[in-house]
Design a protein around this ligand. Sequence first.
Ligand SMILES: Cc1cc2nc3c(=O)[nH]c(=O)nc-3n(C[C@H](O)[C@H](O)[C@H](O)COP(=O)(O)OP(=O)(O)OC[C@H]3O[C@@H](n4cnc5c(N)ncnc54)[C@H](O)[C@@H]3O)c2cc1C
Length: 431
Amino acid sequence: MKIVVIGAGIIGVTTAYEFAERGHQVTLIERREGAGLETSFANGGQLGAGEVAPWAGPEVPGQALRWMGRADAPFRLRLKPDPEQWIWLLRFLMRCRASARAERVLPNLALALLTRARMEEITAKFASAGDPILFDERRDGILQIFHTAHSLEGAAKEAEVMRRAGLEQRVLTAAECVDVEPALAPALQKGGIVGGLYCESDGSGDAHVFTRELAARAEKMGVRFVAGADVESFETEGGKITGVRTKGWLFGGDAFVLAAGVGTAKLARQLGLRIPVYPLKGYSVTVPAMGPAGEGLAPKVSMTDEARKIVVSRLGERVRVAGTAEVSGYDTTLEMPRARSVLAGLLDLLPQLGAQAEQAEFWTGLRPMSSDGSPIIGQAGRFSNLYLNTGHGSLGWTLAAGSATALADAICGAPPRLELSPYSINRFSFI
Ligand SMILES: Cc1cc2nc3c(=O)[nH]c(=O)nc-3n(C[C@H](O)[C@H](O)[C@H](O)COP(=O)(O)OP(=O)(O)OC[C@H]3O[C@@H](n4cnc5c(N)ncnc54)[C@H](O)[C@@H]3O)c2cc1C
């Protein structure tokens, strides 16, 4: 088959790779100059099966109201004269129920565990061929830190559901958190940490490096990577898409996968398809791990601070912190007060990194967030050869390899490692 994949972020690159591995002819089209330069560029780095619950929850509307008007608020809403935004917000609000949140945990977990298994296979394959993919991977687990007994109890209940589905997590006291991550010692002394939830089998790594390196290997396997090409329109005939057009080029194919992150909704609209995916802006800050504080005080374990709404990952000689969620359209302006609030969260949690703050690198990106917190994967709309792999929101790195392999199985008619119906666009009742 001839497969055309649009978008070379972590989702599009893993998708292209899966088809190449199955012996298909793949064209991967990307508007930027290389792979992984948009949202997959500097994310929080977490590969976190233990943290796959959707962001929409009963506490969110109240928090959003409390944080209104605060420049450093972890969540910010900027209303636009844009029906796409209002409809998405309405859908998101309708999901702010405990039952709606619980409904998506197991489908997301299944994808995360498949991703874990698939990444293991992919990295082992290249390592054994003497061409390892080095992406600052760490397998030291992810530690969630809690500041109230109530939030720790809630998380422990959710962890119990996941344990029954095959993911072990341990509830820790505050002192045990420091045993797992000695870099938390100064934070423990300050007080405020009541305990943690530790998922030892989780990990972290640099999503951009992995995306870039896998794209290079996919090219060697025969994938035609067309960079600097913005897909503008589609050619259709009857119930099928026959090609995609960029400036001056037409790319034909048998199957077309839209994996264009926050650009997917616009492309899908041309094909008469409305998808409930909207940008959720976030920030990350990267600082050197080492400094006068010395290696002993730099974190090794990836962490999530539930109260500060940040995630922290050690990426080789760097520490990255990511956070904030802003519903403000497609604007990618880096607002320094927002970016600095994420850095402040890091320094509050790990004050020993203060000296490194001067060398901080700031970044912002748009999470392609579906309204219910699960990705949309599979055939969609009235064109029988149109497929979506998008809407991974805050979990794109954690769910990418699983989403790609499940979709490739479905399109190729291979025995599925994962049933795709829970991720179908048809789960949304109004579009
Ligand atoms: C601050 C922040 C922290 C995060 N932390 C984590 C984390 O710790 N763990 C985790 O799992 N996830 C995390 N995420 C989420 C994760 O980064 C995303 O879900 C993931 O990168 C989305 O990948 P994607 O391939 O769908 O989109 P992208 O990486 O944006 O790729 C889409 C590609 O499509 C291209 N494109 C768009 N339109 C067109 C067109 N018309 N023609 C050609 N090309 C086009 C774009 O240029 C882009 O390269 C975080 C996100 C943010 C913003």
